[in-house]
Design a protein around this ligand. Structure first.
Ligand code: GDP
Ligand code: IMO
Ligand code: MG
Length: 427
């Protein structure tokens, strides 16, 4: 069993943290391949709840080596506070490995993220304000700072100066802000170097060697398919590739090594920030999903926008990721509705459309066409097998599976590790 990818099939917050943690005890490596501390992954172990932002969820499994791959953007101050928080709770974090090629979120990237959003006003993306977009922009513009740069002061200084030249023009002349001093930034970045050093590794080599030795490697996506910079609802997306291909570029492991791609799929839909969302609810059902599902951002504390399940999106996620399985989460949240609408297609300018339109204009015009499925009222949180579920819940799962294009191999019936129904083993 070589490498598996676990990723969000919708707009993020599908329950990736829980799913990764569930497998963490049986895999050798858990690797983040993109994104940064814009992610908020919740893991509940017994009566303990952890909110992880940058660290892979495998950090909570003692046997597992957590890895931050080259495709991730790292804010060192956030990394240290997350490590400190876990250490205080008795979690050993010493096995962590970080790619020397991962880019650093510098203080000026955070500043640019915030002022850009403010400048956009009504047209803002609704970013997490963590400097993610500007850091990836610097990477692509070839003025980024990498972890390895912290170990050559002269190179670091030149790079920070180069990055700030243009930005200071922008900050002072366009955004009416004070210029940022390169010297101060260099000083701050150098202060992280010693503490980071033991974690820095050639993670490409480590992971490929591990796979040659038949170790099991799990790639944990941040965000979700519809937030992908290439395949998501651009421009209302994040600035990286959460889709399956990102696992290869973000870690240096080739696609031939990946045997399984698991899409984490919420039994309804949520989204944070701006952008189109055809099944969004503005009524008491939306409010109830938010309340019962605890749909509030782990990173920003913002209320999540909520709506019914959208099978068009699930089919799209199957296609662009080559999904082999789904892990359906939060089925328990739907308990109590007499009838549950599921979006099976869109109506766009009077025509029925079965697949996600590639045109942004069409997607903005998409109205959901619903099929109404019968609900259930029995508590399902202690169900251990598929047959423990009430008939209507079974039928809901089967209907979603048929519409979505890949088998549902696990079902979440609560936030805890044990509150999971396993149908097909992932390993
Ligand atoms: P992630 O970003 O994909 O890791 O997801 P988040 O942690 O942001 O949001 C998912 C929320 O749902 C968290 O509060 C989880 O504890 C919770 N959760 C995950 N799976 C289930 C489930 O099957 N049922 C319920 N009720 N909660 C779940
Ligand atoms: P996890 O990993 C949900 C959203 C933001 C915003 C857009 C761009 O917990 O699923 P960014 O700061 O990335 O430039 O913001 O992407 N976003 C998320 N939404 N879950 C996340 O992560 C997200 N990470 C970013 O709300 O709309
Ligand atoms: Mg989240």
């Amino acid at each position: 069993m070589p490498a598996l990818v676990l990723l969000g099939a919708q707009w993020g917050d599908e329950g990736k943290g829980k799913a990764t943690d569930l497998l963490g005890g049986s895999v050798d490596y858990v690797v983040r391949y993109q994104g940064g501390n814009n992610a908020g992954h919740t893991v509940v172990v017994g009566d303990q709840k952890y909110a992880l932002h940058l660290l892979p969820s495998g950090i909570l499994s003692p046997e597992c080596t957590p890895v931050i791959g080259n495709g991730v953007v790292v804010d060192p101050s956030v990394l240290f506070s997350e490590l400190n928080g876990l250490n205080e709770r008795g979690v050993d974090t010493s096995k962590l490995l970080i790619s020397g090629n991962a880019h650093i979120i510098t203080p000026y990237n955070v500043t640019v993220d915030k002022v850009t959003e403010r400048f956009l006003g009504k047209r803002k993306i609704g970013t997490t304000g963590r400097g993610i977009g500007p850091t990836y922009a610097d990477k692509i513009n070839r003025v980024g700072i990498r972890i390895q740069d912290l170990y050559d002061e002269s190179i670091l200084t030149q790079k920070v100066e180069a990055a700030l030249d243009g930005k200071n023009q922008l900050l002072t002349k366009v955004f009416n802000r004070r210029a940022i001093e390169a010297g101060k930034v260099v000083e701050e970045l150098l202060s992280y170097a010693d503490r980071l050093k033991p974690y820095v590794a050639d993670t490409v080599l480590v992971l490929n060697r591990a796979l040659e030795d038949d170790k099991v490697v799990l790639f944990e996506g941040g965000q979700g398919t519809l937030l992908d910079i290439d395949h998501g609802t651009y421009p209302f997306v994040t600035s990286s590739n959460p889709t399956a291909g990102g696992a290869c570029t973000g870690t240096g492991v080739g696609p031939t090594k990946i045997s399984r791609v698991i899409g984490i799929l919420k039994a309804y839909t949520t989204r944070v920030g701006s952008g189109p969302f055809p099944t969004e609810l503005f009524d008491e059902d939306g409010e109830a999903l938010r309340r019962i599902g605890g749909e509030r951002g782990v990173t920003t504390g913002r209320d999540r926008r909520c709506g019914w399940f959208d099978a068009v999106i699930a089919r799209y996620a199957t296609r662009v990721n080559g999904l082999t399985d789904f892990f359906l989460t939060k089925l328990d949240v739907l308990t109590g509705w007499e009838q549950i609408p599921v979006c099976v297609a869109y109506e766009i300018d009077g025509k029925r459309v079965e697949e996600l339109p590639y045109s942004q204009t069409d997607f903005h015009h998409a109205k959901p066409i619903y099929e109404i499925l019968p609900g259930w009222s029995e508590d399902i949180t202690s169900a251990k097998s598929f047959s423990d579920l009430p008939k209507n819940a079974q039928n809901y799962v089967k209907a979603l599976e048929e519409m979505s294009g890949a088998p549902i191999s696990a079902i979440g019936v609560g936030p805890g590790r044990d509150e999971t129904i396993e149908i097909n083993s992932f390993l």
